[in-house]
Write a protein that binds this ligand. Sequence first.
Ligand code: C5J
Length: 225
Amino acid sequence: MIAVDAQPFAFPFDPARAALVIIDMQRDFIEPGGFGEALGNDVRRLEAIVPACQRVLGAWRARGGLVVHTRESHASDLSDCPPAKRLRGQPALRIGDRGPMGRILVRGEPGNAIIPELAPRAGEVVLDKPGKGAFHATSLDSRLRERDIAQLVFMGVTTEVCVQTTMREANDRGYEGLLLEDCTESYFPPFKAATLEMVRAQGAIVGWTATSGALLEALRTVAHG
Ligand code: C5J
């Protein structure tokens, strides 16, 4: 067990039982010209976290740890799309509509792919998730349990929607979650700030937050014994 410098107190990191979970780093959310930008959001905020995510992913891969990538995605007939997502989305551009990079959040469309900078490698888990949370209607829980994973290190977007929802789902299932502050982002800065506060409030009620630097330092300690 290694202590990662985290809030609200040190995260008791057990690398052998930890997975890196990268939430929805998809072209449609991150890249200029995609769904996120078409809705009027400044995607540069999200693009800015990519180098830090790459550093963590590189270090995680170097020690052979389990990597899980998620994509927010739906079947082409939208049969797996929770009703709220269609009924209460942005009316101008809804899931399944034709967007600038293909149909919005539909599996196999160009915009639905993970950005090339963080492209999954063979052997890593790639999970299509129709919900905001990665545990809803997916095999994530069983895939983690079969590998005896007890801790999840989170990166990805957006902080207050799919990242936070997944952390809460994980917490209720008994996993310990650590959110990397500079590896997650929102189109709305106050929402990110509030989410980080909420996660670590009341003695880590949902989990811990730390910088990627703190995690990388811990991984260096593991590598050098
Ligand atoms: C994600 C969203 N991935 N904000 N989706 O957070 O709708």
